[in-house]
Design a protein around this ligand. Sequence first.
Ligand SMILES: *Cc1c(COP(=O)(O)O)cnc(C)c1O
Length: 426
Amino acid sequence: MTQGFDTTAIHAGASADPATGALQVPIYQTTAYAFRDADHAAALFNLQEVGYIYSRLTNPTVAALQSRVAALEGGAGAVCCSSGHAAQILALFPLMEPGRNIVASTRLYGGSVTQFSHTIRRFGWSATFVDFDDPQALRDAIDDNTRAIFCESISNPGGYVTDIPAVAAIADDAGLPLIVDNTLATPYLCRPIEMGATLVVHSLTKYMTGNGTVTGGVVVDSGKFDWSASDKFPSLSAREPAYHGLKFHETFGNLAFTFHGIAIGLRDLGMTMNPQGAHYTLMGIETLGLRMQRHCENALKVAKWLEKDPRVETVTYAGLDSSPWKATADRLYPKGVGGLFTFAIKGGYESAVKLVGGLDLFSHVANLGDARSLVIHSASTTHRQLTEDQQRAAGAGPEIVRLSVGIEDADDLIADLDQALAKATA
Ligand SMILES: *Cc1c(COP(=O)(O)O)cnc(C)c1O
């Protein structure tokens, strides 16, 4: 990124449409693309020439978004897909085989914990969860079958922050790629590749689009990992029978992972992003810097106000002086720590449920990263099936309320919380 963040967010990947001059990236709502002739078609199918064949693999609107996100993250390339969860599978797919495992942080989005602890087992993959604040525990969890390390930069639901350079150093020593889910931080607050990450994944559904209109995901490759340094990653280093024995790393160099993600991942797994979704996300990213700044300012104001309120027990925001993650946040996330955190209300389950019901501006939904403020009481919704002990371990005890602070006027958000707290604790 030679230009500034906001310039890149508006311009990268886009130029006036060659056919019409349209300035905003058009929605190329097409399934297929005309071949010039039989030789052109053959060259495209052999990966000897780069171009458009079929929108399950590539589409110009989606390609513009891929270039923009790759530029913002400082990656060599990016592959968009249908959701954040699809991105996690797309990132792991070239690295894994039956019997292989990943080592993942315990502090992850709830859906990722489920994906990694249950669903990936159907592929013969598994995950070991450890506390990434404990470097020795992380080192000890890595074994001969480990193929990736996985964490979030800023993590759900408490807004904790990960010391990515420390984790990257451990991954490096083990000769393994580090995958960072950068959904909550976005490249505005954190650029994991600069801190040593190999791959970055996003749910574009959240802050990147920023208005709750799209489900999308992306895998960004740093282009820096040497897939041929060991025999651990044969999908990238060995001959690929589906492409006449082509070796992805040898042929495509620092774009090996990106080409593999399209030519094998999207081609055969089919979790493609649609061009209309890509268009909305491109527009959302234009204002990412402005929005993230406001999300951070508002979240800090709201967190500070809540922390002083006698009706509130604790607040988890890493931007507060009281947070055990404040020092890491100041060192690695100097622009702020995002818009998501939890707090504990006095009066337990009953007060928490009343608070959620009493809020007017905060919408009660299972989403985050929207321009509007959102709230959820996990114990009565997303974590309802768990025992109280399990809920507490997940940071979702009965008295815990999660806020995704939007970009409205902070005073209005505080006034809304004030009146709802009064009703909830009366
Ligand atoms: C939402 C979310 C996901 C999953 O993304 P989807 O687009 O909902 O599939 C993954 N990680 C984090 C941190 C999230 O917030």
